[in-house]
Ligand binder design. Structure first.
Ligand code: G3P
Ligand code: CA
Length: 365
């Protein structure tokens, strides 16, 4: 455990005398906030590569975040989407040119190359590329260097890094498009649970948090594994499993006190779009926090926000520096504003800045 988690554990040790046994989870309400390396330290190295995860941990992240999709032969790999032309060199590989196709994913047509049309052996031939070369041109120097990692490689890496750094490195996997993968016979949840069991990471107090923008798969996972679960919540739209089932509820409905009470029946926390915690006014600046954090804590749910990115274009106007959308703004101040608003965790592409803000915030508290 890192120093922040050790301090939290010492406090909890006193509480544990009074609390019923077995209540400790990856993070409990009242613990120090955590920093999650969003797709690794993806502000500096192409996302979802072992190099990006390693750098996130070196920069002090408590958790690394692999988004998960499936290959044709059922291997879970770390990619933000199953369509991989934006984050790999697949388009430059003539041997795979005939794999280009158009599919309906979550109700929308998507054209490109899809992980579920490649065996893992084939996918291994590809190399990762920077998703945002116009915004982060410095990261393109790593294009072509790193493979697409499997989920199990990420678990092994977290084990190795935990030993190297002498603190428990958590893993925060996200199931991507679970309804879609169910529909093509490549369900994500079974291999996810099997891998966590294989690495003995299936207990309530293991540093694992599974997240999803859909709800039904989390409800099912809650019945089969004890690790923490986080319901992801966007600032628009509805969970795709609701849409597919004709359920009219939206994410906004889920953020009412009643909605949160329902989420708390299967999940331990929320991973929310940051604008839901610090809404922006007409000028694009943040003001007073919304009641979301208080309502979530009242329901017994942790709140982790996404995503803190250092470039101006990704932050509210009051944190921007200058007018270049790709130049760094004041992400340090932004992170502190969210900590002041009471959040329990920060997903960030720039874990170094988030960790510095968190450590200063804890010292000043
Ligand atoms: O999982 C938290 C955050 O990563 C959700 O957004 O689209 O970056 O996976 P996305
Ligand atoms: Ca994610």
């Amino acid at each position: 455990m890192n120093p922040r988690r050790i301090a939290a554990t010492a406090t909890l040790a006193v509480v544990a005398v009074l609390a019923p046994a077995g209540t400790a989870t990856a993070q409990d309400l009242g613990d120090d906030p955590i920093v999650i390396g969003h797709r690794g330290a993806s502000g500096y190295v192409p996302e979802h590569t072992l190099a990006a995860y390693k750098l996130a941990v070196k920069q002090g992240a408590d958790y690394i975040e692999p988004d998960l999709v499936s290959t044709k032969d059922g291997v879970l790999v770390a990619r933000h989407e199953n369509e991989i032309s934006g984050t790999t060199d697949v388009e430059e590989r003539p041997e795979f040119a005939d794999r280009k196709t158009t599919k309906m994913i979550d109700g929308a047509p998507v054209t490109g190359f899809f992980t579920e049309d490649f065996t893992y052996k084939e996918l291994k031939k590809l190399r990762a590329e920077e998703r945002l070369p116009g915004v982060r041109p410095q990261n393109t120097r790593y294009d072509g260097r790193y493979k697409v990692p499997t989920f199990e490689q990420v678990l092994r890496l977290s084990e190795q890094l935990s030993k190297r750094y002498g603190r428990e490195i958590g893993v925060y996997p996200e199931t991507k498009h679970p309804t879609y993968f169910d529909s093509i016979g490549l369900s994500l949840e079974e291999p996810l649970v099997a891998s966590l069991r294989k690495y003995d990471l299936d207990d309530a107090d293991d540093e694992v948090i599974i997240q999803s923008f859909e709800t039904a798969n989390l409800v099912e996972l809650n019945k089969v594994i004890d690790v923490d679960l986080a319901q992801l919540v966007n600032n628009v739209g509805a969970p795709y499993d609701f849409v597919a089932a004709g359920d009219p509820r939206t994410y906004a409905d889920l953020m009412t006190p009643e909605g949160m009470k329902w989420i708390a029946t299967y999940a331990d926390g929320l991973g929310v779009h940051k604008d839901l915690v610090l809404p922006r006014d007409a000028s694009g600046a943040t003001g007073e926090p919304s009641p979301l954090v208080k309502n979530a804590h009242d329901a017994g749910l942790l709140v982790h926000i996404w995503t803190l990115r250092r470039e101006n274009q990704f932050m509210a106007t009051n944190f921007r520096i200058g007018s270049d959308p790709n130049a760094p703004g004041d992400m340090y101040a932004e992170a502190k504003a969210f900590l002041d608003a009471g959040v329990d965790g920060l997903f960030s592409d720039n874990p170094d800045i988030a960790v510095r803000a968190l450590e200063d915030w804890l010292a000043e508290r």
